[in-house]
Design a protein around this ligand. Structure first.
Ligand code: AR6
Length: 178
């Protein structure tokens, strides 16, 4: 059962599921700086979305050597239901001594800014950095919710932000904070 709550004029949704199946205008990819694909969410998005997404990533790479941690770029959604994929690079968890928390917040905020700049109204996020990059989900989910909530309180153009959490355990963590 999805959970919903109102933040300003927008709806925040929490659902357990697969990011590649979402019907929001944009879905967010938990990418790496190369933008050339990988495992987890990244692998699933490129597999489901087809080669057009990778072609656009390569074009971006031709002008921008890499996508730095905390930043985001946008491509088409290829064969996905979502018309766009916003690729963002979350931080690798190094024990929290560095600026992992700030960089994770930046990844969410910059993805929302990019969506708003492209006049998109609905966007779905996976749990960035909490898989291969090892960010503890309890901390990451709190940063995700705080960053998105703050953004929605100040931006009226986004109508829905959906958190799409894959595992039952992670869903419980998100639901507790929701
Ligand atoms: N839909 C939604 N969530 C998913 C899906 C899916 N289809 N598949 C996995 N998850 P990860 P990261 C969850 O590793 O930690 C890649 O190789 C997963 O259970 O995808 O940011 C990139 O190329 C976990 O909770 O992203 C990078 O090199 C969450 O999504 C690196 O991994 C994020 O896991 C990025 O690592």
């Amino acid at each position: 059962m999805p959970l919903h709550k109102q933040i300003g004029a927008a709806t925040l949704t929490l659902v357990r599921g697969d990011i590649t199946e979402q019907d929001t205008e944009a879905i967010v990819n938990a990418a790496n700086s190369s933008l050339l694909g990988g495992g987890g969410v990244d692998g699933a998005i490129h597999r489901a979305g087809g080669s057009q997404i990778l072609e656009e990533c390569r074009k971006i790479r031709a002008t921008k050597r890499k996508c730095p941690t905390g930043e985001s770029v946008i491509t088409c959604g290829g064969n996905l239901k979502a018309r766009f994929v916003i690729h963002t690079v979350g931080p690798v968890w190094h024990g929290g001594e560095g600026d992992e928390e700030i960089l994770l917040g930046n990844a969410y905020r910059n993805s929302l800014l990019l969506a708003a700049a492209h006049h998109l109204h609905t966007i779905a996020f996976p749990s960035i950095s909490t898989g291969a990059y090892g960010f503890p989900v309890e901390r990451a989910s709190a940063i995700a919710m705080k960053t998105v909530s703050t953004f929605l309180q100040n931006d009226s153009s986004i109508e829905e932000v959906r958190f799409v959490v894959y595992s039952h355990e992670d869903y419980e963590v998100y639901a507790y904070l929701f």
